[in-house]
Write a protein that binds this ligand. Structure first.
Ligand code: GLN
Length: 497
């Protein structure tokens, strides 16, 4: 049999269901791959060898008993370390949760387990999902498998790097401002931010509750769709969960067809600050969509240029409130508890030692933006901008079925290049943030390598809320046409590790 780590998730599930491969063999092949390459990549913070093999064994036993297996049973997955996992460490990339073992599973974790998906371990991420490069992790950076001296995107760089280095065929990310789509773009993988409320946030450590959204990461559009359906759907434990049927994303992914679709090109995303090779591949994708039968329309969304400043007021404001729970009393780290200090002193010492620079920067910024004297000027204005952005989307979707743009202005940048320049780092999410502010659905799908550096470029597709299926339709059409043109999946051009 071929190398099990090279199969797609759909192929893996079929091999397990037919008995061509056992789930244990599949899990072991991935654990061996992790053992062979993750010292270089550093995608994982924690590998759960025993848990993975136990879960795989359970799938094999169910099959032996003749039980019908789910569409992803026996497929290994890398889980971003922001989801609670009962009995397995969950750090959120922070020192403040070092050593914390959650007593419960997040809804996403539970649904993965119920689907027979084999969780290999927890992946590296920017601390509290704040960042665009995974360099803000308290546990060291992750390398981009295309070039280990470059970033794999952030905040979910561990998940995207695990996919691109064949350590797992599936992964889970979270997207507050782009942290699923941006890592997908710079690693040549697929990432989807579902409609806000489409996937439960219960047990997902909160960064900015009105923006945070968990979602699927994979190497193919169909695999992402299969994973999307496994984790999505109403959850009474999350008050913002949408109580409506999950869009038929698998069907859409199997039927990639853009004939007669109206596709809007966002005029504001391009020009100064955008790498030439990124724009070249993006423009070629638009041409391709036209050749495939879509009608291309230019759309102006003038408020999008205010999205970045609005986001960097709203997200830190919510974070400053959400992170108040890390008070040294409830979870993880406790510093200075020697019997001589007050609770306030212990809290202060713990937060000083446990939070990294970016997290502190955002707590200070958010606290300031929410303070009574400045609330209207900062937080209030940002919320007004959010409404304007939502209206731009509403107007656009009155005319077109989906919008497209580059996912990121540049390809993967070198590790270290932007760490001391928060503004440069924030620009990585210029094109992804509007969808978080409006709550609609968006995907990044590979669309080629930039000629100047040979690194992957992502095409972003944006759909209205609860029309996630349109992403998959367009994504699958682009993927099929481009892999046909290239003769193989883009990722096969990545250097061997
Ligand atoms: N890069 C953005 C930030 O730093 C988005 C992060 C995310 O989506 N979690 O906030």
């Amino acid at each position: 049999m071929t190398d099990l780590t090279r199969l797609t998730a759909a192929e893996t599930a079929a091999a397990v269901a037919s008995g061509e491969a056992s789930a244990v063999d599949v899990a072991q092949a991935h654990l061996d791959r992790i053992g062979a390459v993750d010292e270089k990549v550093h995608a994982f913070l924690h590998v759960d060898t025993e848990g993975a093999l136990d879960a795989a064994r359970a799938v094999d036993e169910r099959r032996a008993k003749g039980e019908k297996l789910g569409p992803l049973a026996g497929v290994p997955l890398a889980l971003k370390d922001i989801f609670t996992t009962k009995g397995i460490p969950t750090t959120v990339g922070s020192k403040i949760l070092e050593g914390w073992i959650p007593p419960y599973d997040a809804t996403v974790t539970k649904r993965l387990k119920d689907a027979g998906i084999v969780i290999l371990g927890k992946t590296n991420m920017d601390e509290f999902a704040m960042g665009s490069s995974t360099e803000n992790s308290a546990y060291g950076p992750t390398g981009n498998p295309w070039d280990l001296t470059r970033i794999p995107g952030g905040s979910g760089g561990g998940s995207s790097a695990a996919l691109a280095s064949y350590q797992a065929p599936l992964a889970i990310g979270t997207d507050t401002g782009g942290s699923i789509r941006q890592p997908a773009a710079v690693t040549g993988t697929v990432g989807v931010k579902p409609t806000y409320g489409g996937v439960s946030r219960y047990g997902m450590v909160a960064f900015s509750s009105s923006l945070d959204q968990g979602g699927p990461c994979a190497r193919t559009v169909l695999d992402a769709a299969l994973l999307h359906e496994a984790i999505a759907g109403y959850d009474p434990l999350d008050s913002t969960s949408i109580d409506a049927p999950v869009p038929s994303v698998v069907e859409a992914a199997r039927n990639g067809n853009v004939q007669g679709m109206r596709i809007g090109v966002v005029k504001e995303f391009g020009g100064e600050g955008y790498q030439a090779g990124v724009m070249q591949r993006f423009n070629e994708s638009v041409e391709l969509l036209r050749e495939l039968g879509a009608e291309i329309v230019e759309i102006s969304c003038p408020s999008f240029k205010l999205a970045l400043p609005a986001y960097y007021l709203i997200a830190p404001s919510e974070a400053s409130s959400n992170l108040a729970r890390f008070d040294a009393m409830r979870y993880g780290l406790r510093v200075g508890d020697d019997g001589t200090k007050s609770a306030e002193e212990v809290t202060a010492l713990t937060r000083e030692a446990g939070f990294g620079d970016e997290v502190k920067r955002r707590i200070i910024l958010g606290t300031y933006a929410l303070s009574s004297g400045y609330y209207d000027a900062y937080y209030g204005s940002a919320q007004k901008v959010r409404t304007l952005i939502t209206r731009d989307f509403e107007a656009a979707f009155g005319t077109v079925d989906v919008l497209v743009s580059p996912t990121t202005p540049t390809t993967a940048f070198p590790i270290g290049e932007r760490v001391d320049d928060p503004m440069a780092m924030y620009l990585a999410d210029l094109c992804t943030i509007p969808s978080n502010l409006a709550g609609n659905a968006a995907m990044s799908v590979p669309c080629g390598l930039a000629p100047e550096d040979g690194l992957p470029v992502g095409l972003q597709i944006i759909a209205p809320a609860m029309a996630d299926d349109r992403l998959y339709r367009v994504g699958a059409a682009v993927e099929a046409a481009l892999t046909g043109r290239w003769g193989h999946p883009l990722l096969e051009e990545a250097p061997a590790l």
